[in-house]
Design a protein around this ligand. Structure first.
Ligand code: NDP
Length: 458
């Protein structure tokens, strides 16, 4: 049972942080320095970026260059006066119904009980992984309503502008609520971080795992449900939009839909594993995840489908086959690497990988309650190829998703560029954290597996 302590107690509670065997903190930064504050400016940059994407698709034939030029020539105020996404009552109602449905499915559907990674404060949190069922029920309802004529399958595409506004508003309100909750009634005080910078705390979050009651987890819910369930649903809606406008569905759209569906279904099939990834184990719940899950993810990860619905790419058979082989190959590396890590750790190292006993480095770390724990760093399978071979697979798949859109515009390639920056930055911050957490053992691991992502390159 977790303790929810009142605000008065919080005010005098010292910020605790998990420390490595050498005594250094390995949780999120205790004190914001200037680079943290610069990063936090993404609170303004990220929504502006999403606006420019919307603008380019809606008003400038998907040309980021033309949208940028209009911004420069007209200035932001004039441009926004002419072209700003408008709220609609129907979209607000639809969005509220969508959140209600996802909340009900999250709370009511049965699922496997699983545990995350031990937090810096020493907690081991329980989750109910019922996402696959929620995804299937949601898509089943959507398809049934579309087939029976109760719902226009292109409804989300046609109300995209209003939905974009509703999602943005919800994301911002959620981020503010998360901040207030973090200050006044944190779920797990030992895992809360206040860095001394309001803007950084707002961006990166105060609480690691905010919850309502024992089980309603803000992060787990918002990433999976309004975020990832929406991904393929929005794709389907833009596919229907393409069909209604062109009378056919282009192969490129089918390939994008296939890749996205594989990625999403994979996520839910392995939802238990997700509770032990960086999003859940390390990132706090602030604007980055609140607005990111509810607005950035549905708007940005579906960009290829939004683009193709209006500007279909027609690939030759050879091009389609190449893209498919690349994407499926990337996915295979991504999945196998992620599985190997989880599998070997769950068996405490007693496992066979690629027909040989798994090799690993045993290491210790300490949580803020002073207790020492043991862990392992895998040094065989894909984890001997590079220290983040799972990122390599993800990047290859991201490249294939974008390649399916052709080379006429930069906009649908944004996902690949973004993933490259995101994952390279992750390597940097994750390795920094692991170094502090495991000390000399991490150095030993780096010496054994010298490359970060791409063997022979970096
Ligand atoms: P990982 O699943 O790779 O987790 C990194 C953690 O694994 C480290 O912090 C460390 O944690 C542990 N670890 C590091 N090296 C080893 C090793 N050799 N053996 C065992 N454990 C090790 O990273 P992410 O959580 O970032 O990503 C998970 C997946 O999600 C990736 O495939 C990534 O590509 C994908 N992803 C996708 C995104 C998207 O938007 N599409 C965004 C981000 C990620 P510990 O403290 O437990 O030791």
């Amino acid at each position: 049972m977790k303790a929810v302590i009142p605000a008065a107690q919080d005010a005098v509670q010292a910020i605790t942080s998990a420390v490595s065997i050498d005594g250094a903190s390995w949780g999120r930064a205790d004190k914001a320095k200037w680079p943290h504050n610069v990063t936090a400016l993404l609170v303004f940059v990220a929504p502006t970026w999403m606006y420019i994407n919307w603008l380019a698709l809606e008003h400038y034939d998907a040309s980021l260059l033309e949208a940028g030029r209009a911004l420069f020539l007209q200035g932001p105020v004039q441009l926004m006066k002419h072209h700003f996404p408008q709220p609609t009552f129907a979209a607000f109602v639809g969005y509220a119904a969508w959140l209600g449905l996802q909340t009900a499915l999250y709370g009511l559907l049965p699922g496997k009980h699983c545990f995350g990674q031990r937090t810096p404060g020493g907690h081991l949190l329980e989750y109910t992984a019922n996402g696959l069922l929620a995804w299937a029920v949601t898509h089943g309802l959507y398809l049934a309503a579309a087939v029976t004529g109760m719902l226009d399958p292109a409804i989300m595409a046609k109300h995209w502008q209003g939905l974009f506004v509703a999602a943005n508003l919800y994301g911002v309100v959620l981020a503010v609520l998360a901040q207030v909750k973090g200050y006044w009634c944190p779920s797990y005080p030992a895992d809360r971080k206040m860095s001394g910078s309001w803007i950084f705390d707002f961006w990166a979050g105060v609480e690691l795992n905010p919850r309502l009651g024992d089980y309603w987890d803000f992060k787990f819910f918002h990433n999976g449900r309004p975020g990832i369930v929406a991904w393929t649903l929005i794709d389907l809606s833009w596919t229907a939009y393409q069909y209604q406008n062109l009378g056919h569905i282009a192969t490129s759209m089918c390939i994008v839909l296939l890749f996205h569906t594989i990625y999403v279904v994979d996520f839910f099939l392995n939802e238990d594993w997700y509770t032990r990834t960086i999003d859940i184990t390390h990132d706090h719940f602030g604007f980055m995840l609140a607005w990111g899950d509810t607005t950035f993810l549905p708007a940005f990860y579906t960009l290829q489908a939004q683009y193709l619905a209006r500007y279909p790419a027609y690939l030759s058979t050879a091009q389609s086959a190449t893209v498919l082989v690349l994407g499926i190959g990337g996915y295979a590396i991504f999945r196998i690497a992620n599985h190997q890590k989880d599998y070997v750790r769950s068996r405490n190292g007693n496992a066979i990988l690629w027909d040989r006993p798994a090799t690993f480095i045993r290491c210790n770390y300490r949580t803020s309650d002073g207790k020492e724990h043991s862990s392992i760093l895998l040094t065989s399978g894909w984890w001997a190829v590079s220290r983040h071979s799972n990122y390599l697979g993800d990047l290859i798949l991201a490249f294939a998703m974008c390649a399916a859109c052709g080379v006429n515009h930069v906009l649908p390639w944004s996902y690949f560029f973004y993933m490259t920056v995101l994952l390279c930055h992750r390597v940097w911050r994750d390795e920094h954290r692991c170094h502090i957490k495991y000390g000399k053992k991490w150095e030993e691991y780096c010496a054994k597996v010298p490359y970060r992502i791409m063997p022979g390159v970096w």
